[in-house]
Design a protein around this ligand. Structure first.
Ligand SMILES: [Zn+2]
Length: 198
């Protein structure tokens, strides 16, 4: 029999074990601070790598163009990141999705069901893996072509990695606290509820 990816109703023997809310002030501030820190670290590494090469940064007359590319890419990235979560959830469950934004982050959830650990982990890590590969590969090519665009993509990678800090945190919870494959998660978007068998 094919493994179930979710439950419509919470089975009786389950109890709530943990709850996260991205709209919580403390949680939102901590994760945005972590995101900023990660972005700074990535940019320091990007500049060091650039300094180690012999490329010279020339901010020519195309700086405005580069700025527009950065802004458009940032907005597109936020939308695509949530879309990749959604594609993973949708293809695994076929259930209704929810998308939105809170003061602390953009989100995608599958609010009406309880997903099994494996389903949740695939959806959580999909954007992290997909966009890390895309940004690192693009930055590696641009390193030799255009230092300015290399730095822009590095910055996008930093924002991406930092922006994934919430996803990474929930992933770590699954890898440490909730290792049992019977663990269920209800993901409303901004909130995640963990349920374990009693
Ligand atoms: Zn995410």
């Amino acid at each position: 029999m094919k493994e179930k990816t979710f439950e419509k109703e919470l089975p009786e023997e389950y109890r709530e074990a943990f709850h996260l809310d991205a709209r919580n002030l403390k949680f939102g501030l901590i994760f945005n601070a972590i995101a900023l820190f990660i972005t700074i670290i990535v940019m320091v590494i990007a500049f060091v790598l650039l300094a180690l090469g012999d490329a010279s940064i020339t901010f020519g007359p195309n700086l405005l163009g580069a700025y527009i590319v950065l802004m458009v890419s940032m907005i597109a990235y936020i939308v695509l990141h949530e879309l990749v979560h959604g594609i993973a959830y949708k293809s695994l469950t076929g259930e209704k999705l929810t998308f939105g934004m809170s003061w602390s982050c953009a989100f995608c959830g599958v609010p009406n069901i309880y997903t099994y650990r494996r389903t949740a982990l695939i959806s959580l890590t999909a954007p992290l893996i997909v966009f890390s590969v895309i940004f690192i590969a693009t930055a590696a090519v641009l390193y030799f072509v255009s230092p300015v665009y290399y730095l822009i993509v590095s910055f996008l990678f930093g924002l991406h990695l930092g922006g994934c800090s919430g996803d990474i945190y929930v992933t770590i919870l699954f890898l440490t606290k909730f290792k049992d494959k019977s663990t269920l998660m209800k993901d409303t978007g901004p909130e995640q509820f963990f349920y374990v068998k009693e």
